[in-house]
Write a protein that binds this ligand. Sequence first.
Ligand code: GUN
Ligand code: ZN
Length: 437
Amino acid sequence: MSDPRARIIRGRILSFVGAPRLAGPRAMPVVEDGAVLMENGRIAAVGEAAATIAKAPAGAAVDDHAGKLVTAGFIDTHIHYPQTRVIASYGAQLLEWLQKYTFVEEQRLRDRGHAEVVARFFLDELFRQGTTTAMVYCTVHPESVDAFFEEALKRGARMIAGKVMMDRNAPPGLMDDPRRGYDESKALIARWRGRGRLDYAVTPRFAVTSSEAQLEAAGALLRETPGAYMQTHLDENVAEIAFVKQQFPWAASYLAVYERYGLLGRRSVFGHCIHLERSEVAAMAASGSVAAFCPTSNLFLGSGLFDMKRLDENGVRISLATDVGGGTSYSMLQTANEAYKVLQMGGQSWPAVQAFYQMTLGNARALGLEDRIGSIREGLEADIVVLDARATPAMAHRMDSVAGDLAEELFILMMMGDDRAVRQTYVAGRPVKDAPA
Ligand code: GUN
Ligand code: ZN
């Protein structure tokens, strides 16, 4: 649902045209007194405020955010919508955490009514945090996928999601079988792909919970659905890796299991990728697969430290993600904060401009969506966030010592900012922060 009425956002416009690491300051032109004109869900014009406002039709709404930063909406490339009531569950690492908390809660999404309540909460929360697109795991139940897509469609949001396929090592209430997993996924693809701004991700949860026959079926779904995404987990936790090696003794590595079934590629997003062997790094790079860095989750579950430098130097495509409910915050700003600290632990640096690039255009590129979202450019979809680096007393106090340095302001936003720093979020041209859906 886009807003048919023209709307103008006035503020400091900050939009990436390239990766700052490669293009330097040219990657991020800023218009200090700028405006964005949005019509029919798209960006109709962007530039200096006076010139852009002059292009607006009579009666256009004007949202004056003068002085505030206006950027593309954030993109979260790995998140579990059924885990809104799992977030902050105490004291376990991955495999125990799944059994003790996650698999218990996910069974409740068998109930369509409950799934609808959770989907509504989830999308409200993403929008409050400035996230406008996400790549989302549902549960094994097709009802959970229907509930999610229906709500996303109603809101006109660009979302990618899929039914989790899992047929072993889980409670009976959370398992399908290879045939059913295939049939249900196939029907969901037919029902939802391409409606509104929705797309589908074939979602074998991870090698631990899928039989070889099921992974084979996931590969078939991908081959039969050109352009569809694939999402799964990889090399997150040491005990998980040992378990996968035990289950697939023929495989040279964890990733080799997925490779065997044709699950690698430019539209494949692998969550975590912490403990990759050299051959896995090479296979990720050669296939153009994406490694999703989930810092709050990796710290919370004690999984390990993501090595961005190693993956980057070896040509692996990288994205940033929350992984709620293993992750502890819906905020991409807070996710960037924790990413910075994880990289510090490995002696790596991560300037704020690179973090903001990653949350917007970088993640759009990781999903192959840079021609639709991720920057503020004429013709792109009008998914935009307005940020206030003085949102809290402590932030305002800190900002008092900043003399017009944008990089420093962005760093303060990423280290101290959260939903309070999000003044407004626009999805398809419509203000949605704290707005009734
Ligand atoms: N591996 C398999 N399933 C999950 C999940 O739900 N969360 C995380 N963090 N890792 C997983
Ligand atoms: Zn995950």
